[in-house]
Design a protein around this ligand. Sequence first.
Ligand code: NAD
Length: 246
Amino acid sequence: INAGRETLSRLIHQSRHCVVFTGAGMSTESGIPDFRSPGGIWSRMDPIEFDEFVSDESTRLEDWRRRFEMNEQFSAADPNSGHHAIATLVGRGKVAAVITQNIDGLHQRAGCPSEIVIELHGNATFGACLNCGARHELDEVRAIIARSGLSPRCDSCGGLVKSAVINFGQAMPVEAMERALDLAETCDLFVVAGSSLAVQPAASLPLIASRQGAHLVIINRDPTPLDDAAEYVLRGNIGEFLEDIA
Ligand code: NAD
């Protein structure tokens, strides 16, 4: 761990275009469970697929019920030392961008400017119309469901309103994916923090970075399918690790 810390510090110091890529493991030290660790979200419930949301009213209500619950957990959580360390490195110009699979908004709350946080799987703190994209606040959605017992429709176009996260089976946000690909293709250091690297296409980004010649470092408690492709794999808790480096 000590050698890893020194190595990563040196790589970040030498790098001219470092990108950090985060997953659910980034937020476990804030008390938000990840998906695949024992006790994680998928060990308790099956995910709702996008098609099921679109085709079935009772599934939509169940999706909203889970989103409200999740959002309460996110609002109660605080950014941890790892989020703060990344924000510090961004502030010092040592990290150019943060690509995240997380939907909890904790990088921004730790002080990373939202322009440099690329959310690949959306954001759970508001809703959006699937047809016209109009934003809908969660309080408004909650009130509609409480009043009518029905899932909300967009007041401008009548489309289905859904939490602004990407469900399984739903198309990736085009602009975010393009920016992430561009960063993977142009960075000289790509640091993965807290991702099982099991969800595609996000998990292809570290490989794209390493194939174009960037250093690839993975910080994760458990093994990932890309460990063999990484130059350094660091096992340990992200928070204390990044705090020391920052
Ligand atoms: P994942 O659950 O598949 O993997 C998390 C990884 O982080 C695991 O391999 C685990 O070993 C590691 N880990 C957990 N805590 C750690 C710590 N403190 N230090 C070091 N490593 C730690 O997560 P994923 O790869 O991000 O994929 C899951 C999907 O779930 C993503 O699409 C994401 O959108 C979503 N998700 C988001 C949140 C969130 O926003 N906080 C929470 C759960 C799931």
